[in-house]
Design a protein around this ligand. Sequence first.
Ligand code: 5GP
Ligand code: MG
Length: 175
Amino acid sequence: MVIKDKSFEVFINEKQINSRVKEIAQQISAEYKGKDPLIIPILNGAFLFAADLIKELTIPCQVSFVKVSSYAGMESTGVVTKLFGLETDLKSRHVIILDDIIDTGLTMYSILQQVKVFKPESIEMASFLLKPEALQKELEVKYVGFTIPNDFVVGYGLDYEGYGRNMKDIYKLKG
Ligand code: 5GP
Ligand code: MG
């Protein structure tokens, strides 16, 4: 499969994705029984994971998508993000932040700090993919679909230069 100038090969197929999403949904449904969580997916990447996961939840929940704009900070370690669209009334809510992939973790870390300001009752993180070798922040990500090596991946919400988000499988760079 080719996107622009790059070749990709299937890495995690649709069937594996779907069954893992169902498992995570079952786990969340069990662990949040009676808690009415607020799911906060990060656009754009998490849109398919969020949609699939939410359909499989068997508990009442609310969903509020947010968008981040990230730009390199002045310090070498800094990814600075600004969060858009966050519902500010998070008090007494059980929040689950949802993303497609955690690479260095800088984006999720920054989002976490901004959500914490609103003092929700609890906060957990969920990411469909996690690259442990790339992680630069100590993040306790409670729900992880797959841990993967440091390969560049596309599909199932993830893009290469804006393309590939619609693909049902997850691909990695061929090489
Ligand atoms: P971070 O390094 O802050 O954890 O990840 C920042 C963002 O980089 C992710 O939300 C995602 O949009 C993008 N990213 C990281 N690794 C990959 C990857 O392998 N493929 C794609 N398509 N995006 C990635
Ligand atoms: Mg993302």
